[in-house]
Design a protein around this ligand. Structure first.
Ligand SMILES: Cc1ncc(COP(=O)(O)O)c(C=O)c1O
Length: 405
């Protein structure tokens, strides 16, 4: 049974007040709050077990190494990867994408080649590819979008040319909440032997993801957006791709043998984990993913969908509000503009009413340019939010609206 009251009691921060009233936290797209069991495991490992992994024969190191590798196993199962070696720890989505853009670019991209990126992307799924394209003399092309905030796939066949080396797109848009038809796009790309990277930063906390079912070549996400610690993230890559990519960073733990003449690299996944990783963060991420699975991703999706539709219905009944992102296929994010108001002014006023929302371009400036707006107000929900919070949010918006007319 999905019991939101019990769930909320697992998150200490949700009990705090900001100015006068209890916090209403609708900024989950930026980062999610952490259940106490995640905080407890971080404290326990720093207090009692801390020691660097993979390096020593002593007890503490072995304990940390085992817990770190157990986390890798949990992630493998969480996203349905075939092998544990296909899971690489990074510092987050941004680093995972930079890793692939760099290493894939080094190995496979030449002058005149094309990189196909969706129009809905977060800057961290645009800029790393641009950096690589500049270095390699490659060209960035885009999959266009429509007014509803959906990708337009009519010309996809034509966009996937002989020169296209990789396609990269988000599973769920952070700015609008659109769930992209990634499986369909991957199938089309694979018909032409083109690999696809999926940015799952806004997906893995909302829905069951199965990388084998999607047939994604690379899938990336951040721990902090799925109720885990900051500074830890994941790169999934099919073994055959990861085997064929050169290392991204050099250092300890990613080598087999070093000499001044020639160095050989560690087997997967350590080839991509140079230096001391955020191993205690990885251990915390396991606890977060176990926690999410104990609630159940199907129950989470169903509850969040109900919340989102409830919020959209209420906002649609307010004349001054326009929702951006009206696809039928959406996760729990609602972005909107208020007539005559700059989004940041709306956010500032809502803050005084103890409501945390994100305002601005949400690191998706091309998307905002498409709509011809400076930004939106974004309410991004999580499974610990409630209809009562939405009622208070809508009531607060109604208080704020007259200030702009
Ligand atoms: C879709 C998407 N991709 C990438 C990122 C970057 O994530 P991080 O800052 O955790 O690396 C975000 C963060 O908001 C995001 O929403």
């Amino acid at each position: 049974m999905f019991d939101v009251t019990a769930i909320r009691s697992d998150f200490p921060i949700l009990n705090r007040t900001v100015y006068k009233r209890p916090l209403v936290y609708f900024d989950n797209g930026a980062t999610t709050q952490k259940p106490k069991i995640v905080l407890d495991v971080l404290e326990k490992y720093y207090l009692e077990n801390n020691s660097n992994i993979h390096r020593a024969v002593h007890h503490l190191s072995q304990q940390c190494t085992d817990a770190y590798e157990a986390s890798r196993k949990t992630i493998q199962q969480y996203i349905g990867a075939k092998k544990v070696e296909e899971i690489v720890f990074t510092s987050g989505t941004t680093e995972s994408i930079n890793l692939v853009a760099f290493s894939f670019g080094e190995a496979f991209v030449n002058s005149g080649d094309e990189i196909l990126i969706s129009y809905l992307e977060h800057h961290s799924n645009i800029v790393p590819w641009q950096l690589m394209a500049e270095r390699k003399g490659a060209v960035i092309k885009t999959i266009p979008m429509n007014e509803k905030g959906e990708l337009v796939l009519d010309d996809l066949e034509k966009l996937l040319t002989k020169k296209t080396k990789i396609v990269t797109l988000g599973h769920v848009s952070n700015a609008l909440g659109t769930i992209n038809p990634v499986k369909q796009i991957i199938e089309k790309a694979h018909q032409k032997n083109i690999p696809v990277l999926v940015d799952g930063a806004q997906a893995v906390q909302h829905m069951k993801v199965d990388v084998q079912d999607l047939d994604a070549d690379f899938y990336v996400f951040s721990g902090h957006k799925v109720f885990g610690p900051t500074g830890i993230g994941v790169l999934y890559g099919k073994e055959e791709w990861l085997e064929n990519l050169p290392p991204y960073k050099g250092g300890g733990d990613m080598i087999k043998r070093v000499s001044f003449e020639k160095t050989t690299y560690a087997d997967l996944p350590l080839k991509f984990e140079a230096g001391t990783t955020h191993y205690i963060g990885a251990i915390g991420l396991k606890v977060a993913l176990d926690y999410v699975q104990s609630i159940g991703l199907n129950a989470i999706s169903a509850y969040e969908n109900e919340l989102r539709l409830y919020l959209e219905k209420a906002l649609n009944s307010i004349e001054e509000i326009k929702i951006y992102g009206t696809s039928e296929y959406k996760a729990a994010t609602v972005s909107f503009g208020l007539k005559g108001a700059h989004p940041s002014d709306v956010g500032t006023l809502l803050n005084r009413l103890d409501i945390a929302v994100r305002t601005g371009s949400h690191c998706t400036q091309p998307l905002m340019e498409y709509y011809g707006i400076p930004g939106t107000v974004r309410a991004s929900l999580a499974f610990y939010n409630t209809k009562e919070e939405i009622d208070y949010f809508v009531e607060s918006l109604k208080r704020v609206i007259p200030m702009f007319s």
